[in-house]
Design a protein. Structure first.
Length: 77
């Protein structure tokens, strides 16, 4: 529904702690890091493994999933 509303021309603001939501929807994202620094940019540029690992304090990798047809985040254990 969020994607459909966006395609119809609605401006949408959504908050999430799950980077897969932002990856799935694309568009612009804003990331507020642990030091209170706000970064804004395209989802595919901002949601990289190094950025997400630093943000969450976990070893995170982004990988392309054939079934999903997009990148997904994976926490490395």
């Amino acid at each position: 529904m969020v994607r459909q509303l966006s395609e119809e021309g609605y401006a949408l603001i959504m908050t999430t702690h799950n980077p897969d939501h932002a990856i799935m929807l694309g568009g612009k994202v804003a990331i507020l890091d642990r030091n209170g620094v706000l970064g804004v940019g395209r989802a595919d540029e901002m949601l990289r493994a190094d950025t997400l690992s630093n943000l969450y304090g976990l070893p995170i990798k982004t990988v392309y999933d054939e079934d999903a047809g997009r990148n997904v985040c994976v926490v490395l254990t």
